[in-house]
Write a protein of this length. Structure first.
Length: 156
């Protein structure tokens, strides 16, 4: 196995090493997505601890199918697809169903996500402020809903 330290800055070499079975290269590629994958799984499941387990399951599936690993921007999408499928499989196997629901407080497995961990998942792109917008703020208008809108009609 190749050591990741022998390939500084060469992303293609790191991807090739991960595909070839270098655990440290694979870990280097996927570890930076751990927290956002955890948040993604949490949003699908509503359980902090189940999300932790399924992120591990995501990384195991990714490791088993590392030959299809692509570098660059496709890596994140590939991991999200695996995480989504892992969560959907877990939901299918789960017997957690609510027959009637008056509020989310009644869902026994719904766990809050710790605020301190949300700070670790920063947006990939900086948010646009009105001053950085290409249009002047005075040009933005909000229109009234159309009079032809009827709730439940599906028309806007």
């Amino acid at each position: 196995m190749n050591s990741i330290e022998t390939m500084p800055g060469d992303a293609d070499a790191v991807v090739a090493a991960a595909r070839a079975g270098d655990e440290s290269a694979f870990t280097m590629l996927v570890q930076r997505y751990r927290r956002e994958l955890h948040l993604h799984c949490y949003r699908m499941l509503g359980s902090f601890t189940d999300a932790e387990d399924l992120v591990q399951g995501t990384f195991l599936r990714a490791w088993r199918h590392r030959e299809s690993l692509q570098g660059g921007p496709g890596l994140r999408a590939w991991l999200y697809r695996i995480a989504t499928n892992t969560c959907l499989d877990a939901l299918r196997r789960s017997s957690r169903r609510v027959s009637s629901l008056r509020s989310f407080a009644e869902v026994p497995w719904l766990q809050p996500y710790p605020d301190r961990l949300l700070d670790e998942v920063a947006p990939a792109r900086p948010s646009r402020t009105p001053s950085s917008s290409p249009r002047k703020q005075s040009h933005w208008r909000f229109s009234r809903p159309s009079s032809s809108f009827r709730p439940g009609s599906g028309r806007c």
